[in-house]
Design a protein around this ligand. Structure first.
Ligand SMILES: Cc1ncc(COP(=O)(O)O)c(C=O)c1O
Length: 389
């Protein structure tokens, strides 16, 4: 018997919801069924909604601060879920993971400095680097079967050429990989050897399927931890991305103080009253809910893959080890433009286009199965009807 119900169908239209209400803006049609933006169509759980509603009963919404308990629950969550021992003092809060990346870039690099990313990857990484006039040094991932691996030889070449920072995505969006300890150790050692700062985006780290384990790169050894900022948030896990609340962990006090100074200068350290309450409630009470969510997502993942393999055997599928994102290689069905047109005009579903994730992404589309099973099946059926040969 499960405690929570993930089958409830939500009508998110008319709530200024990016995934549903901005379809026209991004896809030129409101008629599509959306499987794009990386949030879920599940209700934010009651153990988060209830304290929010209670707080909103108070008539004043002025400036806020975070009590010790806020940091306690984050520390305890890391210990419980990832066996990662951190201290309250190592935690800094930010209005988002992407703004934390920009903050780190501003604090630790100067114009034209080289920053390594590994495409195909979550595209705002490129925007932060380009937007701040740093140099994007791409270390494309190598496809091995239907999985990516890091090209460490090429990484070392970029390191030798003077890269200053590495933005890691673990677990990986869009590929869905959970990086192994061995890979993290190797890439971490290169960063130590060449004095590269690691900014590790671990926003998807709670969404791990049971046969895998998330390893924060900073947990590997002290030398790596000493040069790492770990970026995390409850937003993906508990469907509270609209509250703009995330946090950063760094055990090195010198680095932390420089990071905090930039945050204070930009005056974005204050936090969001509602987001803080939601974050605290999520980590305080979220264990069972998350375990059940992962079991639900596993069923969605496995059924989606089995159905697609049966009906569209030419589609290449990356089996996600984490996240609710399915990375699908449509190369067999034509070029990106042709597939995009068929998805929009034939299947009438909205997926993320692979080329936006950078080199290596072309030919792929990303399907978000973080939704009730029934909704996912409707989307898959539309896809199959359009592409079945
Ligand atoms: C890897 C990754 N990092 C960061 C974000 C966004 O984080 P935030 O909204 O906290 O900036 C996303 C959202 O899709 C993501 O997939």
């Amino acid at each position: 018997m499960t405690k929570y119900n993930f089958d409830t169908l939500l009508d998110r239209k008319g709530t200024n919801c990016l995934k549903y209400d901005a379809l026209n803006l991004f896809f030129g049609s409101e008629e599509l069924q959306p499987f794009w933006v990386a949030d879920t169509d599940f209700e934010t759980p009651e153990f988060i909604m209830e304290p929010l509603k209670k707080r909103l009963n108070h008539p004043a919404l002025g400036y806020t601060f975070r009590p010790d308990h806020f940091f306690d629950v984050i520390r305890e969550w890391q210990q419980k879920r990832h066996q990662w021992e951190i201290k309250n003092a190592w935690i800094t809060t930010t209005p988002g993971v992407v703004s934390a990346i920009s903050n780190a870039i501003l604090a630790f690099t100067k114009e034209k400095d080289s920053i390594i990313v590994q495409s195909p990857v979550y595209f705002p990484f490129f925007h932060t680097i380009n937007g701040l006039d740093r140099t994007l040094s791409n270390n494309p991932l190598k496809r091995v079967g239907n999985r990516y691996e890091m090209d460490l030889e090429h990484f070392e070449q970029l390191a030798k050429e003077g890269a200053k920072m590495f933005i890691l995505c673990n677990p990986h969006n869009p590929g869905g990989m959970v990086w192994s300890k061995e890979t993290l150790l190797k890439v971490g050692e290169l960063c130590v050897k060449y004095d590269i700062l690691i900014v590790s985006d671990e926003i998807h780290s709670d969404l791990i399927f049971e046969e895998h384990r998330h390893i924060p790169i900073a947990s590997i050894n002290k030398e790596i931890a000493n040069r790492t900022f770990t970026l995390m948030a409850p937003s993906k896990t508990f469907n509270i991305a609209g509250l703009s609340t995330s946090f950063v962990v760094c055990s090195n006090p010198k680095l932390r103080s420089k990071f905090d100074k930039m945050l204070n200068t930009l005056h974005i350290h204050g936090g969001n009253l509602i987001g803080n309450i939601a974050c605290e409630a999520a980590y305080q009470n979220g264990d069972t809910w998350l375990d059940e969510l992962m079991a639900y997502l596993k069923r969605n993942r496995d059924e989606a893959i089995a159905l697609l393999r049966k009906e569209l055997p030419q589609l290449e599928i990356f089996v996600p080890e984490a996240t609710y994102l399915l990375w699908l290689d449509f190369s067999h069905y034509g070029n990106e433009k042709e597939v995009e047109t068929r998805l929009k005009e034939g299947a009438k579903i909205a997926l993320n286009k692979g080329s936006t994730f950078g080199e290596g992404g072309e030919g792929f589309f990303r399907f978000n199965y973080g939704c009730p099973h029934q909704v996912m099946m409707e989307g898959l059926q539309k896809l199959i009807t359009e592409f079945k040969e």
